[in-house]
Design a protein around this ligand. Structure first.
Ligand SMILES: [Zn+2]
Length: 499
């Protein structure tokens, strides 16, 4: 194998540093190669972050803005990887390099490459999730029923709660690791690229226990970093010392303080209008999902999901719950009276409604758009932390600077990271809440732009500490394989680390 890429979804450079003495494999990569903080993209979400990593391009160049998002035509869009966006595995594949793409979020449906592709989440039930097709059966029987995701992502909603949730994450991780080892053995690809999801899962629900020494879960995060480090060690050993190894996260994580109902804020400031009492489509499925999670033993849920017809099974997943929230925005907002709305996310994605602006101010449309964005910034600047009364620290990302490329029109006009000291504010897009804040946010931690990277191997210089951007790594990997990166990459190869 020439190159091994291991993605540790959501891993934080600060937690790695905190526990580095217990992470011998990551430490060895850092000490024998180059490493640093890896600045993720806006928005720091697994999709499009993994696609931006793999192409070296910003979301507006590849036309992917999230797992699910609302297009300018007010229809739901789904971010997915296609050969057209130019991922490094496609570029390598076309040059006859044997590639293996395994468990990368947003790679369903899989497509032909010179090697194999096994889709990462989200994947609907009863669908083909591998190329070649028959690899599914082979993996399934080799690991005792291959699993792509934990079908339930809220431990407190499930039977047995957090205690029962952790073994599900462990089982998913064990199967991912076993499958990765088998795929390397079966195919011996020149470039093998994969992700592990467990750190992201435990971050979201167990971060809050990290400093609580009385909690039985106080070491969950630390132990998962140790667990992940061991997996990196296993795979590196299998790949051999002549292989270049890159480990990275697509973004980092930070604890959450409170949740802001952003559309409520826009509504109370006259920027958004709701048609009437909010109607929630698909409530039956939300209730059914809650009932399934609370009633069935957690070990049986994956099996039940697999057996359920897709038209029901899919609606019971977390991704479908997000789809319903966004569909509710489309259905309930009065679009003739709404100048701006938000779809929430790890950074508030706020859109100005262009058609209304164009209708109201046909001659000065572009100035009006800018003045709406300015008003949004002013409003957000005024927000104070409901717990401390202190002013929040927003970081604004404007469309023109952040998103460049043929799909810029579809991009949000403004993204905002909201911090209160070292904690983040979760931005919830739910409509009709009547209240502005919730003190019990959905997650215990959410994503930040600070991820990590480390690379070692025969082509990599030793001892460099260097902060880099997520978009720099695909050009760097391509160069290390002797391939000139495409000229339309937004990132630049880290020449200083290459021998
Ligand atoms: Zn991620």
């Amino acid at each position: 194998m020439k190159t091994l890429v291991i993605g540790i979804d959501s891993a934080s450079p600060f937690l790695i540093q905190k526990w580095i003495d217990r992470l011998p494999n990551i430490r060895s990569i850092f000490e024998t190669g180059a490493h640093g903080v890896l600045k993720s993209i806006v928005p720091p979400e697994s999709v499009p972050a993994w696609q931006c990593f793999a192409t070296g391009k910003n979301p507006a160049k590849i036309g992917i803005f999230g797992f699910t998002y609302i297009g300018r035509d007010r229809h739901l869009k789904f971010g997915k990887t296609t050969p057209e966006i130019g991922c490094l595995w496609d570029i390598c594949s076309q040059r006859g390099i044997r590639v293996g793409v395994f468990n990368v979020p947003g790679t369903y449906p899989p497509y032909p490459v010179n090697g194999f592709m096994v889709s990462g989440f989200p994947v609907p039930t009863h669908k083909i999730w591998s190329y070649p097709n028959d690899l599914m059966r082979r993996l399934d029987s080799a690991v005792g029923g291959y699993e792509i995701d934990v079908p339930l992502t809220k431990p407190k909603n499930m039977k047995g709660g957090e205690k029962a949730y952790l073994p599900q994450v462990q089982r998913l991780h064990d199967k991912t690791l076993r499958a990765a080892e088998l795929l390397m053995e079966w195919y011996n690809p020149d470039l093998f690229l994969m992700t592990f999801q467990a750190i992201d899962l435990v971050h979201h629900d167990f971060w809050k226990y990290m400093d609580d020494q009385d909690s039985p879960y106080s070491n969950v995060l630390r132990d998962w970093y140790i667990n992940m480090d061991a997996a990196i060690g296993d795979l590196r050993k299998l790949a051999g010392r002549e292989t270049n190894v890159l480990v990275l996260s697509d973004h980092g994580s930070a604890p959450v303080s409170s949740a802001l109902f952003i559309n409520q804020y826009l509504e109370s400031n006259g920027l958004l209008t709701i048609k009437g009492p909010v109607k929630h489509k698909g409530e039956t499925y939300t209730k059914l999902r809650k009932w399934v999670l609370k009633t069935l033993p957690p070990g049986a849920i994956a099996t039940v999901y697999k057996m359920t017809p897709d038209f029901i099974g899919h609606r019971l997943t977390e991704s479908a719950a997000i789809e319903r929230t966004l569909q509710n925005l489309i259905d309930n907002i009065d679009w003739d009276k709404t100048l701006a709305f938000s779809t929430g996310g790890h950074q508030a994605h706020i859109y100005v409604t262009y058609d209304l602006v164009d209708k109201l101010h046909p001659i000065e449309a572009s100035q009006t758009r800018s003045s709406v964005v300015e008003k949004l910034c002013n409003l957000i600047d005024q927000l104070t932390d409901p717990k401390t009364g202190k002013k929040l620290s927003p970081i604004f990302h404007f469309k023109e600077d952040t998103f460049t490329g043929p799909f810029q029109y579809d991009a949000p006009d403004l993204c905002v990271e909201l911090y209160t000291e070292n904690e983040k504010i979760q931005v919830n897009p739910k409509l009709g809440t009547k209240q502005l804040w919730s003190s019990s946010p959905h997650f215990s931690s959410i994503h930040t732009r600070e991820g990590f990277w480390g690379m070692t191997g025969p082509s990599i210089r030793q001892g460099l500490e260097l902060d880099a951007g997520l978009l720099d790594l695909a050009p760097t990997l391509l160069k290390s394989l002797g391939i000139t990166p495409p000229i339309d990459c937004d990132g630049h190869a880290l020449d200083q680390i290459l021998i």
